[in-house]
Design a protein around this ligand. Sequence first.
Ligand code: DSN
Length: 429
Amino acid sequence: MLTPARTDVRLDGTLDEVDPELAALVRDEEERQRTTLALIASENYASVAVRQAAGSILTNKYSEGYPGKRYYAGNRWVDAAEALAIERAKRLFEAEHANVQPHAGAPANMAAYFATLNPGDAVLAMELAQGGHLTHGASFNFSGKLYRFVHYGVRRDTETLDYDEIEAIARREHVKLIVAGATAYPRVIDFARFREIADLAGARLMVDMAHIAGLVAAGIHPSPVPFADVVTLTTHKTLRGPRGGAILSRQALARKIDTAVFPGLQGGPLDHIIAAKAVAFHEALQPEFRTYQRQVVANCKALADAMGRLGTRIVSGGTDNHLFLVDLTPLGLDGQQASDKAEAAGLIVNKNLIPFDALPSTRTSGLRVGTACVTTRGLREGEMDSVAGFLHRAITAEDEETLHGIGREVRALLDDFPAPFLAPIAPAS
Ligand code: DSN
């Protein structure tokens, strides 16, 4: 007798059963994450609980709108999950309003601009080449095309923000909005001073705290929330949640922010990711999270100091947060060469422009190094000497044999920090 033909693909099979080709790629990536030292400043390892929520059946629902005001039926539990995420975000950052729907940092910034600006308005933000972000007015990004961005950078001598210059530009250019925040700035940002400047210039203040959100949540970096009209963040960097974005604001801007996100620029929210954000905010509210973030900064200082002792120049002379920049110029190699060599030795870093870089962004004179991942993995100050030694030896290595040898040492170190949170999971339901 013939078996009747299936009327559908199999929906209850595991990834291994249904798509072994893709499953093998995920396993390979898991192996890469287990056996390499992740020093990318914007990355982290999400918890099993966060990944379970992100992989849950909430992905099946459409819920345009906001809790209690949806366009489609059936949103009782999705409403509750989003309300939980909102309430926790507000509590964590002591914010008047939170929108947890932005799919990522770029749409969060776009929504903040939509809520505060008209096309053509003048905005002051940090120059991408000096540590800003694409969405802070790069000419080839929507931000630079829609608005008239002017930029500030850092001082040549100290490589730190020059608040007097920022004030002078803000007043001269009659800007409507000032954006504080960076992707490659190793020092504390003085949000109170930015507020003062915004008030003097008659501008609103937006802070993009994507990088330092975890430090802010833990009280390790001063919070921008009391000073800014709007604060954007991503949830996957130091905050250690799922890949995504969020916006905090004063109550006065709440409606404008919400309508800018939906229907302004997004459709249906990613309910599974919003649920995972709720889990991440819950984790960040625990006392252990503060200990973790303290260790991130302590590790970063220890690693930067050790790199400095080995003879590399650290931009601005050190770090106050989770990242630092290495100037490779004295070593006679560029960022691309250095990150390629480091990768061959199992150390994952990114090439990065340094202030007043003479090289293009495709090469760069620097490396950006961050400690959020290695700290999640359990490494402490004691291990930072070894990590600095590996990195310095790798970028100055002259042959592949040396790089492979360092790779073996990296793996041996990581064997002591097994990372059970990288294991494959079953979704929450
Ligand atoms: N790609 C992020 C970073 O590495 O900082 C910014 O969007």
